[in-house]
Design a protein around this ligand. Structure first.
Ligand code: SF4
Length: 685
C-alpha cells in the first residue's frame, strides 16, 4: 500500500546483526517499524543488505515475546514488577553482596549488541560503582585472540584496513572465515574481487561457497592453522619471496621467528594439516608474489586453544611479505556481533579501560579516578570464561549483571554453564526476549532494541557509525538510562542528558577517540584512531610505522586441539553460523520469513562418514561428546570433509554447546568451539 511505500518518517540506522555495519532505513508509522530498506549512502553496504538485515528484523522489534515489563523471581516463579521495584532490588542486592564479600564478588557481562555508550556505562558501573575490573563482553568467546594476537604483532588489535579495499587486492587469503555465510556483504565484495581477477586462496576444513572461486583450497584438519601458515612461510623463505627491505626497516624479532619456521617444511606441514605439500607451496607463492595481498579471517582462527598464536601467525605472514601498512593489504578479522569491536574499544574488558588503556597503568588509573571521582582497582579482573569456570568450581563471583548476552546457549559446555549460573546468589539479566540465560535470572529487566536506541556502533573496520532512535523504548527506558539508575540507586551520581554526552566523556578520556563526537559522525561515520577534532579518521593503519613502533615477529609452534579423536569419539565437530540466522537465534528464530527459509538445525556429515555409519540424509541421529548429547537431523553433504562434522548454535532445541569443549586459549581465554571429538549414532528404533 501507499502507506507502506511512504512511511511517515524514515530513520537511517545500522543493522544490529553482524559486524559488517550495513546502514538501513527504518520506515516508521505511529511509532511502529513498518518497513526496512538498505541505505544507499551506507559506506559499507552501498544499498545492499543480506537476508537477515533485509527480512529478519521487521517482525522482531514489535514481537509479542518482547520483554517490556521487569520480572522478579519470587518463590521460583517470575512475577511482574514496576521498574522502581526491580531497580531498587537490583541496587540493594548488588550493594549487599559488594559490602559483605567485597567488590570482586560482583561482575558484569556487557553486550556487543548494544551501543558504545551503553558499553562504556556498563564498564563504568563495574569499575566505579561495583569497584571491580570483573567486566567482559562476548568478544571473549570469539575475537579476543584478535585483540591479543594483532596487538602482539602490530601494537593494535583491530582490522588494519577497510572493507572497501578488498576489491582492489591482487590476492585475498581467506582463512577460517565462511565469509559469504557469516558476513554476507563482505562476502559479496570478495566475489566482486574474484570476478575482477583477484586470486582467492581459501583455507578451511569445509568446502565453503568461496572454494568455488578459489585458485587454491587448503582443506586443512581443524586446529592445524599454525602448521599450515608456518609451512607457507617456510616456502616463502626458502624461495626468497620475503620482503627483505620491509623486514629490515619495519620489524624486529625476525631471526628467532625464522628458526621456528625453518622446521616446518611443506612435507611436515602436509603431514600435520592433511593438505598436500604442493598446495601449500602454490598458496605460498601466490600470496607472496602479489603486489597487494590481504588476509581475511574469522572465528576459524580465533576459537581454538591456539587462538592468539593463530592470529600472530597471520601477522607474521603479512610482515614477512610486506603486506601490511598499505591499501588493499593487511590483516582483516571479520568481527561477529554488530558492536563487538565497540564493546572492546569501550573497555568492557577486564584488563583495559576505554581505548585499550591498561588498568594496571597507574597514570591511566589516576586519570580515570579523577574523572569519575572514585578509587579504582589496579589488578585485571576475571574474563567471562574465568567467571563461569570459577562459579562451576564453587568460588569466585556471587552477583552478576548481564546485558544482552545468552551464555547459557552460546558458551561452550552448556551443562557446566548452567551449573555456574545456578551457583550465583544474584543474577540480573537485561534482555529484549526470554533466552536460555533469563531462565536463571533473579531479576529480568527490559532492554531496548536497536530501533529504540540512540548512540553509536563500531563495525569490523573500526568505523564508528550513528545509531538513530526510530521509536521510543518499548520497556520505557533506554538502556543507558537503566544503567544510570542502577548506579544512582547504589549511591553513585551517574547522569547524562543524552548519549552524545557519554560520547563526549569517552573522547575526553581515550586518545584514539579524542576527535569523535556525534556532530562529526554524519552518514559515513569515522574510523578510529581519530586523535583530534580535525583528524579525518584512519582507513589504513600502520602506514610508515606500526602502532607499537616496529612490527614484532613472534615465533609460534603447532599445538593440536585440546581434544583429539579416538575410537570412542572418532569425528571432529566444528561449529559456526548459517547465513539466515544469528548467534543464539533469539531474534532470527522469531522471524517467520527466516524460519521459512531455514527452519531447523542439521548436523552436516560427509557422504563417506554417513556410509560408514549407515546414516541416511534427513535421518535423526544422536550426537555425543564427552560433555553431553543432542538429537538432530543429519544432512549428508560434500561440504563436510571426511571425519569433520558441522553444527551451528542458533537453535535452543539443538543445544550444540552441550557438546563443545570449554578448553581455553591461555592468553585470550577464548574457548575451542572449532574442534571437539564426537560420535554420531543412529537413534535406536
Ligand atoms: Fe546486517 Fe551483517 Fe547482513 Fe549487513 S551483512 S545486513 S550488517 S547481518
Amino acid at each position: 500500500s501507499d502507506k507502506w511505500a511512504r512511511p511517515e518518517k524514515t530513520i537511517s540506522t545500522v543493522c544490529p546483526y553482524c559486524g559488517v555495519g550495513c546502514r538501513m532505513k527504518l520506515g516508521v508509522e505511529d511509532e511502529r517499524i513498518v518497513s526496512i530498506a538498505p541505505d544507499r549512502e551506507g559506506p559499507v553496504n552501498r544499498g545492499q543488505l543480506c537476508v537477515k538485515g533485509r527480512f529478519g528484523l521487521d517482525e522482531i522489534v514489535h514481537h509479542p515475546d518482547r520483554i517490556t515489563t521487569p520480572l522478579i523471581r519470587r518463590n521460583g516463579r517470575f512475577e511482574e514488577a514496576t521498574l522502581e521495584e526491580a531497580l531498587d532490588l537490583v541496587a540493594r542486592r548488588f550493594s549487599e553482596i559488594r559490602d559483605e564479600y567485597g567488590p570482586d564478588s560482583l561482575g558484569a557481562l556487557s553486550s556487543s549488541r548494544c551501543t558504545n555508550e551503553e558499553n562504556y556505562l556498563v564498564q563504568k558501573l563495574a569499575r566505579a560503582v561495583f569497584g571491580t575490573n570483573n567486566v567482559d563482553n562476548c568478544a571473549r568467546v570469539c575475537h579476543a585472540p584478535s585483540v591479543t594476537g594483532l596487538a602482539a604483532c602490530f601494537g593494535s588489535g583491530a582490522a588494519t584496513n577497510s572493507f572497501d579495499q578488498i576489491e582492489d587486492a591482487d590476492v585475498l587469503f581467506v582463512i577460517g572465515s565462511n565469509t559469504t555465510e557469516a558476513h554476507p556483504i563482505v562476502g559479496l565484495k570478495v566475489i566482486k574481487a574474484a570476478n575482477k581477477g583477484t586470486k582467492i586462496i581459501v583455507a578451511d576444513p569445509r568446502k565453503i561457497e568461496l572454494v568455488d572461486r578459489a585458485k587454491v583450497w587448503l582443506n586443512l584438519r581443524p586446529g592445524t592453522n599454525i602448521a599450515l601458515l608456518n609451512g607457507m612461510m617456510n616456502v616463502i623463505l626458502r624461495e626468497g619471496l620475503e620482503d627483505g627491505e620491509f623486514i629490515a626497516s619495519r620489524t624486529e624479532g625476525f631471526e628467532e621467528f625464522r628458526k621456528v619456521v625453518d622446521g616446518y617444511t611443506p612435507e611436515r606441514a602436509a603431514e600435520i594439516t592433511g593438505v598436500p605439500a604442493a598446495d601449500i607451496v602454490e598458496a605460498a607463492r601466490l600470496y607472496a608474489s602479489a603486489e597487494k595481498a590481504m588476509i581475511i579471517y574469522s572465528l576459524g582462527m580465533t576459537e581454538h586453544v591456539t587462538g592468539t598464536a593463530n592470529v600472530i601467525s597471520l601477522g607474521n605472514l603479512a610482515m614477512l611479505t610486506g603486506n601490511v601498512g598499505r591499501r588493499s593489504t593487511g590483516v582483516m578479522p571479520l568481527r561477529g556481533q554488530n558492536n563487538v569491536q565497540g564493546a572492546c574499544d569501550m573497555g568492557a574488558l577486564p584488563n583495559n579501560h576505554v581505548g585499550y588503556q591498561p588498568v594496571t597503568d597507574a597514570r591511566v588509573r589516576s586519570k580515570f579516578e579523577e574523572a569519575w571521582g572514585v578509587r579504582l582497582p589496579a589488578d585485571p579482573g576475571l574474563t567471562s570464561t574465568e567467571m563461569l569456570e570459577r562459579l562451576a568450581e564453587g568460588r569466585g563471583i556471587r552477583g552478576l549483571y548481564i546485558l544482552g548476552e545468552d551464555p547459557a546457549q552460546t558458551d561452550p559446555d552448556t551443562n557446566r554453564v548452567r551449573s555456574s549460573l545456578e551457583a550465583l546468589e544474584f543474577l540480573v539479566v537485561q534482555e529484549i526476549f526470554p533466552t536460555e540465560t533469563t531462565k536463571y535470572a533473579d531479576v529480568i529487566l527490559p532492554a531496548a532494541s536497536f530501533a529504540e536506541c540512540d548512540g553509536t556502533f563500531t563495525n569490523g573496520e573500526r568505523r564508528i557509525q550513528r545509531v538513530n532512535r526510530a521509536i521510543p523504548p518499548l520497556g520505557g527506558l533506554a538502556n543507558w538510562e537503566t544503567i544510570c539508575l542502577i548506579a544512582q540507586k547504589m549511591g553513585y551520581p551517574m547522569s547524562y542528558a543524552d548519549p552524545s554526552e557519554i560520547m563526549d566523556e569517552i573522547s575526553s578520556l581515550a586518545p584514539i577517540f579524542a576527535g569523535v563526537s556525534f556532530s562529526r559522525l554524519g552518514g559515513l561515520g569515522l574510523q578510529w584512531p581519530c586523535p583530534s577534532i580535525d583528524h579525518p579518521g584512519t582507513e589504513t593503519m600502520h602506514l610508515g610505522c606500526f602502532s607499537r613502533g616496529l612490527g614484532k615477529f613472534n615465533p609460534v609452534e603447532h599445538r593440536p586441539p585440546a581434544e583429539e579423536t579416538d575410537p570412542d569419539y572418532p569425528l571432529i565437530l566444528t561449529t559456526g553460523r548459517r547465513r539466515e540466522h544469528y548467534n543464539c537465534g533469539s531474534m532470527t528464530r522469531r522471524s517467520k520469513g527466516i524460519m521459512w527459509v531455514w527452519p531447523e538445525e542439521t548436523i552436516e556429515i560427509s557422504p563417506a562418514d554417513a556410509e560408514d555409519l549407515g546414516i541416511e540424509d534427513g535421518e535423526t541421529v544422536l550426537v555425543r561428546s564427552r560433555r553431553g548429547e543432542v538429537r538432530v537431523k543429519a544432512r549428508v553433504t560434500e561440504k563436510s570433509s571426511r571425519g569433520v562434522a558441522f553444527l551451528s548454535f542458533h537453535y535452543a532445541n539443538v543445544l550444540t554447546n552441550l557438546l563443545t569443549n570449554a578448553a581455553l586459549d591461555p592468553v585470550a581465554k577464548t574457548p575451542e568451539y572449532k574442534a571437539c571429538a564426537i560420535r554420531v549414532e543412529k537413534v535406536p528404533s
